[in-house]
Ligand binder design. Structure first.
Ligand SMILES: Cc1cc2nc3c(=O)[nH]c(=O)nc-3n(C[C@H](O)[C@H](O)[C@H](O)COP(=O)(O)OP(=O)(O)OC[C@H]3O[C@@H](n4cnc5c(N)ncnc54)[C@H](O)[C@@H]3O)c2cc1C
Length: 471
């Protein structure tokens, strides 16, 4: 049995679930505590900077630039270690977290638990849409979309009829929030600017990009003025913006939507992107079942004002997973929440009074529309156009983790925004096909780690079994 070197029981064991903004910043906020040992469990080996996923999908950035290794980020934090695995069970009575990777099961005990498992894409009960319209939540999503977007231009070049060519040159983005706006803007830039000289049979500038949303406004959380500015800019770039349009069906060749007058419309489009709706992590339901917590309609956990789970003061929940005071699902809510939870825990360990309930400080929000054009809302100030874009650039550079990633990101931005190129246009058939094939495999068909007899030998004497591993 491969038991990882275990830690000592004398220290306070904190288990953190998730290596996103909440998990990573929560772990780092405990770095000065010698009396604490943190085990961060996540289903990926990287920390993901989700706000720039659309740039991976459209060939501006590489996946490495927005997804640095969590292990590397935490290498110098001696009281923290990282375990790879998908959390499949949390036992709040036994105080253990069970995770799995490729058939290997690991059980990790805790004294305090910080859950920051984020949110997934919601297809509003139509999960079958995912096969034809990938969401934008992970590196896999972004690479699949990159394959589909660049692949569509390739197939348009091969098309044997105008109808087929038009289908491949039509891109539909569902959801006019920041992600949808950014995706639509970037696909338009690809078609009108980046790719316009690269093909012989097609004129990529004839591509049709449609942005659909059931809501009556683009970027509703930014207010009327900035939403209107974003819509005008998108339309100037050639994007068709269809509002009040509710998607009712999607298949491999197109998308159907219903307008407010009840009429149904169909767009023939090979490439669909889903940027609408979020659903709190499935771990939320697991926590609610074993505590006094309730879930909201999006599956988010209704936490106490101090971010603890009702009835379980040793469990904190932060970030996109929580429902509290209508807080938005943004990085700062996760970062500030995780830092608050760490502060709350430190006070508890030191026998000091608990801090005041969590208060979110809104630093503002921004979204890019195209190169040199963005919208930003900071306090009462509203910016649009170039000024907002410069603000966006500066803020994102600050938050990208690691000096070397900042340098390469800046270089790729120069290539894409000042030049007309895209540094990351590599696509493979696997990016498009592999996930759908894996999705259809039964649990028995999924690959497992190989095991030989000596793997079951007991751990060396003296090693405490704080982390138990079984295959
Ligand atoms: C495309 C996109 C663009 C965005 N743009 C912006 C923006 O411009 N500005 C902004 O402020 N916010 C933006 N956001 C929102 C922001 O990224 C989130 O609010 C933030 O990431 C939430 O942090 P979190 O820690 O709660 O969750 P996440 O960052 O999603 O992290 C969740 C972590 O949990 C792990 N995990 C999940 N389930 C399990 C499991 N069962 N077992 C183990 N690990 C698990 C995941 O692998 C991940 O490491 C964007 C989000 C997306 C998807």
């Amino acid at each position: 049995m491969g038991t990882p070197p275990a830690a000592r029981h004398t220290k306070h064991r904190v288990v953190v679930i998730g290596s996103g903004f909440g998990g990573l910043f929560g772990t780092q906020a405990l770095k000065r505590r010698d009396d604490v040992e943190v085990t961060l469990i996540a289903k990926t080996t990287h920390h993901l900077f989700q706000p720039l996923l659309y740039q991976v999908a459209t060939g501006i950035l590489s996946e490495g630039e927005i997804a640095p290794s969590t292990r590397e980020i935490l290498a110098k934090q001696k009281n923290a270690r990282v375990i790879l695995g998908t959390v499949v069970d949390i036992d709040l009575d036994a105080k253990t977290v069970t995770s799995e990777v490729l058939g290997r099961t690991t059980v990790t005990p805790y004294d305090t638990l910080l859950v920051a498992a984020g949110a997934g894409q919601s297809y509003f009960g139509n999960d079958g849409f995912a096969e034809y319209a990938p969401g934008m939540k992970s590196i896999d999503d972004a690479l699949e979309l990159r394959g589909r977007i660049f692949g569509a231009f390739e197939f348009a070049e091969l098309a044997t009829s105008p109808a087929e060519r038009d289908r491949y040159l039509t891109f539909v983005v569902v959801g006019a929030g920041p992600t949808g706006v950014e995706m639509a803007g970037q696909i338009a830039e690809l078609a009108h600017r980046t790719l316009k000289r690269d093909f012989r049979s097609i004129d990529t500038r004839e591509a049709r990009i449609v942005l659909l949303d059931a809501a009556p406004q683009v970027l509703p959380s930014f207010g009327d003025r900035l939403g209107g500015a974003a819509k005008a800019r998108l339309e100037k770039m050639g994007v068709d913006v269809e509002l009040g349009a509710k998607v009712v069906d999607i298949n491999s060749t197109g998308i159907e939507y219903e307008t407010q007058d009840g009429a149904h419309h169909r767009i023939e489009a090979a490439t669909k992107v889903w940027a609408a709706g979020v659903q709190g992590s499935e771990l939320g339901a697991m926590l609610a079942e074993q505590s006094d917590a309730e879930l909201d309609r999006a599956g988010r956990v209704k936490v106490n004002p101090d971010l603890t789970l009702p009835g379980r003061p040793e469990v904190y929940v932060v970030g996109d997973m929580i429902a509290l005071d209508n807080l938005p699902g943004v990085a700062q809510v996760a970062i500030q929440g995780a830092r608050y939870a760490a502060k709350h825990l430190r006070a508890r360990l030191d026998g000091k009074p608990a801090p005041e309930p969590f208060r979110y400080f809104d630093k503002g929000s921004m979204a890019t529309i195209s190169r040199f054009s963005a919208v930003a809302s900071i306090g009462k100030a509203r910016f649009s156009g170039f000024v907002a874009w410069v603000l966006w650039l500066a803020v994102h550079l600050v938050y990208i983790i690691g000096f070397k990633h900042r340098i390469t990101t800046l270089l790729h931005w120069v290539v894409s925004f000042i030049g007309r190129g895209r540094s990351e246009r590599t696509v493979t058939a696997q990016q498009i096909l592999a996930r759908n094939i894996i999705r259809k495999m039964s649990p028995d068909e999924l690959p497992k780690l190989p095991v030989v007899a000596s793997d079951h030998e007991p751990p060396a004497a003296g090693l405490e079994k704080d982390v138990r591993s079984a295959t």
